[in-house]
Write a protein that binds this ligand. Structure first.
Ligand code: ADP
Ligand code: MG
Length: 332
């Protein structure tokens, strides 16, 4: 009898222990930074914290909020900014140098004139384009301690790096909460903590810029996967040409360097986000040259001519979708 009870209680104890250890899955979707976001964690539910962090950073970086630090800078040409805003501006300026100006945080006058902030899309006149071009040059942004200033008419937009910054913060928050398995999609900026609870990698689909499906899947652990493309925010002009929200700083017009999307895979969210935007502006050839020169990141480029170019550091983790019309090519 005693033996039976002992066996029974051992079984109950084991079941309880298993239950307590079995990590519960928590998923949540929300809207922040002008985009849909989703978070999946195991063990601890961190959705509210992540959402709160997105809202906190939005209140610093938003271009449409007059009282955000960037809003104040754009209205007054000057702001006393938080350490975080300073850090993000300085990192964006560094990436600008690295990409030969393809990333430029002073594109905002152009982004606005083309209507990407308001949704009132319009092709600016040639004179206006000329004027917009003269207002894009991030080497004119001055950072002195915590004071940021720009010349008259210049405006800053951190949209190309903000979600990557959020990704880095979210990863730190999740790890500090003891979470070892999580994935967050912060509007095209994906951050992963560890792998899936069973130890296998997270599978991140790369969207087909020409359709609803995906061009392929990349398997990652503890990495960021950030995609920039022309398929999310765009309008079609009177000549039937798609005009999207990524601006070539050299022309003040939507970038058109032969890519449909650029994905960057790496450990640093800000770098991945900044580079994904920059690579889209640069096109495949310059992107490849920079990858060889700088290293520290991997990329997946989808070209207008139907190629999917993948760098050799991640080729073993990438698989093209079944029946895909795209051709897979390795950059090595
Ligand atoms: P998304 O934020 O749509 O996922 P990106 O990270 O590529 O994609 O950021 C695009 C945003 O960055 C645009 O909406 C605009 O605000 C800004 N932007 C556009 N072109 C550039 C550029 N060449 N350099 C820096 N920022 C840019
Ligand atoms: Mg970006």
């Amino acid at each position: 009898m005693i033996k039976k009870i002992a066996i029974l209680s051992a079984a109950v104890f084991t079941a309880l222990a298993l239950y307590a250890c079995a990590p519960g899955e928590h998923t949540s979707d929300f809207f922040a930074m002008d985009t849909y976001m989703s978070v999946k964690t195991y063990g601890v539910d961190a959705a509210e914290t992540v959402k709160g962090e997105a809202e906190r950073l939005e209140s610093l970086f938003s271009v449409t909020d007059d009282v955000s630090e960037i809003g104040i800078l754009n209205a007054n040409g000057r702001v006393e900014a938080s350490d975080e805003t300073i850090e993000l501006i300085e990192r964006a300026l560094y990436i600008s140098g690295m990409t030969d100006g393809a990333l430029d945080i002073t594109v905002y006058p152009a982004v606005r004139a083309w209507g990407f902030t308001t949704g009132e899309y319009a092709v600016p006149s040639p004179e206006k384009i000329e004027e917009l071009r003269s207002l894009i040059d991030c080497t004119k942004v001055t950072v002195d301690g915590n004071t940021v200033s720009v010349p008259d008419g210049y405006m800053v937009d951190l949209g190309a790096v903000a979600k990557g910054y959020l990704g880095d913060r979210v990863r730190d928050i999740l790890k500090n909460a003891g979470i070892t398995s999580a994935i967050a999609d912060l509007g095209g900026s994906i951050v992963t903590v560890g792998g899936k609870p069973d130890g296998s990698p997270w599978r991140v689909a790369i969207r087909d810029p020409n359709g609803d499906g995906s061009v392929g899947v990349i398997e990652v652990k503890d990495k960021c996967v950030v995609t920039s493309g022309g398929y999310e925010r765009y309008f079609t002009d009177e000549n039937g040409v798609k005009r999207w929200h990524i601006i070539d700083p050299a022309t003040a017009e939507p970038a058109d360097a032969g890519l449909l999307s650029a994905t960057v895979v790496g450990e640093d969210g800000v770098l991945c986000d900044g580079l994904s935007t920059a690579l889209f502006v640069m096109g495949a050839e310059k992107a490849e040259a920079m990858w060889r020169k700088e290293g520290g990141f991997e990329m997946i480029l989808v070209t207008k001519t139907g190629d999917v170019l993948v760098t050799d550091g991640i080729i073993d983790s990438f698989s093209l979708s079944e029946g895909s019309p795209y051709e897979l090519k390795v950059i090595g």
